[in-house]
Design a protein around this ligand. Structure first.
Ligand SMILES: Nc1ncnc2c1ncn2[C@@H]1O[C@H](COP(=O)(O)OP(=O)(O)OP(=O)(O)O)[C@@H](O)[C@H]1O
Ligand SMILES: [Mg+2]
Length: 320
């Protein structure tokens, strides 16, 4: 099967000058040598601690920021170096829902204008767009009376439903969900996740869902990709990665966060060693070397390439 998104050796580097008068530039490799195929109709969970590059990767996928190298194919079309029209066409297949419900919606627009504006921009008549907005509201289980509301009159959960409705009317193939439930109460989180699962099935959507929360990933995803300091360090099916982690980082991640696991399969929780920014100076060294309980001499000199350890289960390192 051809992947809907094919990412190969993708890089995104940010540069900034240290001080006003300094010529010295510092670089952040927010996404580094990232390769992954994403298939139509799958739910891919992307996890990693704060600053690991998850949102940057999402922004590159959405065309909100340009990569600084590598290859990104969407539906077979190369995006890196492509012209504006070609990129715009490929991106029509994408929709996004961000973490903060308020940032998904314009506070000065009614729900109806928020939903129908992008449709009218695409050339749809106002009547048709209104009809679509009503349908979208019903598919996110909201009454059509909410069309007249402004975002501040809605709860966080309702705002997130509207954001999902707004994404849906564009009839996307791929939805990028960046922490879509982390600003919500636990009970509301479950409702939104169930809604997302229902819609995914109904429309055969492809989801890339970014979250810090392993429970969310476990609940919704088919596969999981683990990022550390811009690199994809491990990926595979949920069961493979969460039950048989290979990379020391995945192992630490799973065993150092509170997981509400009824069988307590996680066992004792450990404290995550070191600080996120604690990386070796040598750019060739493994990014985790200074924090890793399994570190060897070799880790300070090189980062091994991703290897398929068991069918479909890839890791850069398998010291666990
Ligand atoms: N516009 C920017 N300019 C400079 N550096 C940036 C920019 N955007 C992100 N970065 C840096 O890139 C790295 C990755 O950031 P990113 O926001 O992608 O992480 P994240 O995994 O989404 O984190 P979080 O879980 O906190 O949302 C960080 O070191 C961040 O400081
Ligand atoms: Mg982020």
């Amino acid at each position: 099967m051809e992947p809907i998104i094919k990412i190969e050796g993708l890089n995104k580097q940010f540069s900034s000058s240290k001080g006003l008068f300094s010529r010295k530039k510092t670089y952040v490799n927010a996404v580094q040598d990232f390769s992954l195929d994403i298939y139509e109709g799958e739910i891919l969970g992307l996890i990693g601690e704060s600053g690991s590059g998850k949102t940057t990767l999402a922004r590159v996928l959405l065309g909100l920021t340009r990569s600084t190298g590598g290859s990104l194919k969407i539906g077979g079309a190369q995006m890196v170096g492509a012209g504006k029209a070609e990129i715009k066409k490929a991106r029509e297949n994408f929709a996004v829902v961000f973490q903060d419900p308020a940032s998904n919606l314009n506070p000065r627009q009614t729900v109806e204008s928020s939903i129908i504006r992008p449709l009218i921009i695409r050339g749809m008549s106002k009547e048709k767009a209104r009809e679509k907005a009503k349908q979208a509201l019903s598919s996110v289980q909201l009454d059509e009376s909410y069309l007249e509301s402004y975002p501040h009159q809605l709860s966080g959960g309702q705002q997130q439903r509207i954001a999902i409705a707004r994404a849906l009317v564009m009839e996307p193939k791929v939805m990028i969900l960046d922490e879509p439930t982390s600003a919500l109460d636990i009970s509301v989180q479950a409702q939104i996740l169930n809604l997302l699962l229902k819609l995914q099935k109904e429309y055969n959507l492809t989801y890339v869902i970014i979250t810090h929360d392993l429970n969310v990933i476990r609940y919704v995803s088919d596969r999981i990709a683990v990022m550390y300091m811009g690199r994809l360090v491990e990926y595979g099916t949920i069961d493979d990665v969460l039950e048989h982690p290979l990379h020391p980082y995945t192992d630490i991640l799973i065993h150092s966060v509170p997981v509400s696991d009824p069988d307590n399969r996680g066992g004792e929780k450990r404290k995550f060693p070191g600080e996120p920014g604690d990386v070796p100076e040598d750019p060739a060294a493994c990014r985790l070397a200074k924090r890793c309980p399994h570190v060897t001499e070799r880790c300070l000199k090189e980062t091994p390439p991703l290897k398929e350890v068991t069918p479909g289960h890839f890791a850069e390192c398998f010291l666990v």
